[in-house]
Structures are given as structure tokens and as C-alpha cells.
Design a protein around this ligand. Structure first.
Ligand code: TPP
Length: 325
């Protein structure tokens, strides 16, 4: 994949850092609203996987299509979604992305080329591959990028979608977010393979595994795969190895995960990791870090107030907007 040279400028490093902090702070606000009883439904957080979601999301261009799953708020934000729209959606407001029909991160925004997932894991892979091929048929140089968890990668649609993508040389990138737990099932109970990216050999496409807590590495590998796909060289499978720093969702205390292991995860926090690195190399200073955090906190506070002040949907909207004209 070295044919495509990826340059990560200091500006881009700061952008990657800022977007990861934005994701973390937004999720913390969402959990606070959930605990206050204002959010109904599941809250699946990406604490620990921000480097994977943000690094991948920022590797896409505006014309590309993103197919995120339940832990990928960072990818929504990196693709251009606003904190306000995310909060309106979570709070089920009438002016939210699904006009109050749903709460949570299973949401789309076709203005930004974001297609959210249906709840059934894996079923969006063929849809994303179809989008990639369809856009190519329309003459567009567009790439589709889809996420799947390591647990979800055992679904049949994974094979069908990836095989079809490989045969068709589709402009498609599939990211396996291997955070080592599928709800409470640890990786060793789901797989005997060392790396899930090795499955790529069976499809005749490139497969890579990368440290999914290192945003610079993730960005580089995903960007190369995206540009390779755009150049007509076909799909790639990328496994990002990370961890969940919390439970499966806000209602799960992860009692089944060894406490010592959780402590080790905290030390590998992807945000702190990048912060220390950029601080050491002189790209980020203490005052700049403080300014970035203060601006994000202000943005999230304003978005929270605006979302809470927004009206709930009207009952008759429930039956509207369900079918294409
Ligand atoms: C086909 C299917 N089976 C089960 C579920 C219930 N479920 C939702 S998330 C989840 C865990 C998925 O684990 P993984 O794919 O590794 O992703 P992670 O949650 O770890 O990011 C399960 C079992 C589902 N949504 N779809």
C-alpha cells in the first residue's frame, strides 16, 4: 500500500486530537443526560476506540460514504456531523435526524453521506459495497467505508459482502474494530485466528492490522486504503486493535472484565497517548490544550441547551417519512 504517500501535517495532528477530545466530551455529556433520565434507549460509547473512529472518519473526503456502527460517534463527527444534531437525535427531538422516531446513534444523514446501521450487525456490509459499486457506475470517484465489530465480523454478510467487493474490485474499505469484547464474549471465545485481518487472504485483497489506539497509524493505513480504492485498485480489510474502557453500553458495568485489565486500558487511553506525543514533539502546548478543551466544552454546553429547548415531535409524524415517494 506504500504507493500512496500519506503526509500528516501538524495542522492535521491537531485536528485529529481535537476531534478525539470532541468525541470523548460529547459522549460524556450524552451519558450524563442518560443518567438524568432524559435519554431513552441504549448509549454505546466509544471510550477507548476514538483513535479508530476519528482516524478513519477523517481519512474520508466529503464525497465519500460512511457506514458507521453503534460505537462510532467519532466517525460521525469527523465526517462533519454537528454535536447539536447528535444531541437532538439522542433526545428524540422533532428536529433531530430521525425527527424523533428513534433515539441513539443508529442514525443517518444523507446530506453528509452518512448511512447509519440497522441494529442487526453485519447487514450493512453488502449495502455499503452496493453503494460503492453504484457510485462507480454513475462515474463518481467515491469510496464507501464501513465499520464492523470483531463479534459482528462472524456474521454471514461479512463474507458475502467482502467477497463480492473483492470480485468487483469495489471502492470499499472495511474496518474491523477489534476491541476484544463482543458484549461479554472475549475474543478468544469467538476466534481461533490471531489476526482477523488475515481473512483478507481468502478474498485476495490486502489485509492490515494496526494499533487502533494510535490515531496517527490508523489515519495513515486507512487513508492509503481509501486512496487505493479510489484509484480503482479494489477493497481493503483493516483490523484496528483497541479496547473498550467501559462496558458495552451505559447500562453495563462490565463486571465480566478483569479490573486489572481495565486499569491497563486506562493507561493506554488513545487521547492521552496522542496528547503526550504531540506535547513532546512541540505540536501541542499546555495553553493550546486548555483552549481546545474550553472551546469544545462551550460548544457542547450550547448544543445541549439548544437541544433541550427543542420541541418533541408531534404524534402524527410517526407515520410520515417512512417510504420513498
Ligand atoms: C445479528 C446481531 N446479533 C446480536 C446483536 C446484539 N448485539 C448488539 S451489539 C453486540 C455486541 C457486538 O460486538 P462487536 O461486534 O464485537 O462490536 P462492539 O460492541 O464490541 O463494538 C451484540 C451481541 C445484534 N445487534 N445483531
Amino acid at each position: 500500500m506504500s504507493a500512496f504517500n500519506v503526509d500528516i501535517t501538524p495542522e492535521l495532528k491537531v485536528k485529529l486530537y481535537t476531534m478525539m477530545v470532541k468525541t470523548r466530551l460529547t459522549e460524556e455529556r450524552i451519558i450524563a443526560l442518560y443518567r438524568q433520565g432524559r435519554i431513552v434507549g441504549g448509549v454505546y460509547t466509544g471510550r477507548g476506540v476514538e483513535a479508530t473512529t476519528v482516524g478513519s472518519g477523517l481519512a474520508l473526503e466529503a464525497q465519500d460514504w460512511l457506514f458507521p456502527i453503534h460505537r462510532d460517534l467519532g466517525a460521525h463527527l469527523a465526517k462533519g456531523q454537528s454535536v447539536l444534531n447528535i444531541l437532538l437525535q439522542y433526545l428524540g427531538r422533532g428536529n433531530g435526524l430521525s425527527r424523533g422516531k428513534d433515539s441513539g446513534i443508529h442514525c443517518s444523514d444523507t446530506r453528509l453521506n452518512i448511512v447509519g446501521n440497522v441494529s442487526h450487525l453485519g447487514h450493512m456490509i453488502p449495502v455499503a459495497v452496493g453503494t460503492a459499486i453504484g457510485k462507480r457506475m454513475q462515474g463518481e470517484k467515491v469510496v464507501a467505508l464501513n465499520f464492523i465489530g470483531e463479534g459482528g465480523s462472524n456474521i454471514g454478510d461479512f463474507h458475502e459482502g467482502l467477497n463480492f467487493a473483492a470480485v468487483q474490485k469495489a471502492p470499499f474499505v472495511l474496518i474491523i474494530e477489534n476491541n476484544h469484547y463482543a458484549y461479554s464474549t472475549p475474543t478468544h471465545k469467538g476466534f481461533s485466528a490471531k489476526y482477523l485481518s488475515d481473512r483478507a487472504i481468502g478474498y485476495g485483497i490486502p489485509g492490515h492490522h494496526v494499533d487502533g489506539t494510535d490515531v496517527l497509524q490508523v489515519y495513515k493505513v486507512v487513508k492509503e486504503a481509501v486512496e487505493r480504492a479510489r484509484a480503482g485498485e479494489g477493497p481493503s480489510l483493516i483490523e484496528c486493535l483497541s479496547f473498550r474502557m467501559v462496558g458495552h453500553s451505559a447500562h453495563d458495568d462490565a463486571f465480566y472484565v478483569d479490573k486489572q485489565r481495565m486499569k491497563e486500558y486506562e493507561k493506554k487511553d488513545p487521547i492521552l497517548r496522542l496528547e503526550h506525543h504531540l506535547h513532546r514533539e512541540g505540536t501541542l502546548s499546555e495553553p493550546l490544550i486548555a483552549t481546545i478543551k474550553a472551546e469544545l466544552e462551550e460548544e457542547i454546553e450550547q448544543a445541549t441547551q439548544a437541544a433541550l429547548d427543542s420541541p418533541l415531535p408531534e404524534a402524527h409524524w410517526a407515520a410520515e417519512g417512512l417510504f420513498a415517494e
